[in-house]
Design a binder for this molecule. Structure first.
Ligand SMILES: [Zn+2]
Length: 130
């Protein structure tokens, strides 16, 4: 069994800088994981989890994230962003009766949004910021 090491955040961030210095777009999270693990590979092999990598990429400020989603009929309230883990903001509208109604949720960090019928993330495209 080959063994893998888990890179710390700094190593992953440095790797992201190298990966995006050679290409403007990475078309999926799986592809980004493969590129980072290849970049980190030396005498030892590294593994980085896809959700962790996505959050580090978002936090790095290096990339813009394009979130592809699939519509569902699932209606459930959401607290945390399914993309980056940030706390979601409710999108509200005034009603004619003077109250408010929740229309959906949005994330101010990664720009994920959903209506009450949940949009489930299916794919991520990472584009280097110019
Ligand atoms: Zn988010």
């Amino acid at each position: 069994m080959p063994s893998y090491r888990i890179p710390n955040d700094t190593r992953v961030r440095d790797s992201l800088v190298r990966v995006f210095s050679t290409r403007p777009v990475v078309e999926s999270q799986r592809r980004l994981k493969a590129l980072v693990e290849k970049d980190l590979k030396g005498d030892e092999r590294y593994r980085v989890g896809e959700p962790r990598l996505r959050v580090l990429a978002i936090e790095s400020g290096l990339v813009d994230l394009e979130i592809h989603t699939r519509d569902t009929t699932e209606m459930r309230s959401l607290v945390k962003c399914p993309v980056c883990g940030n706390r979601l903001k409710k999108v509200r509208n005034m009603t004619v009766f003077g109250g408010t109604v929740t229309l959906g949720y949005r994330c101010e960090r990664c720009k994920y949004w959903t209506g009450l019928k949940r949009r489930v993330p299916t794919r991520y495209v990472f584009t280097r910021r110019s």
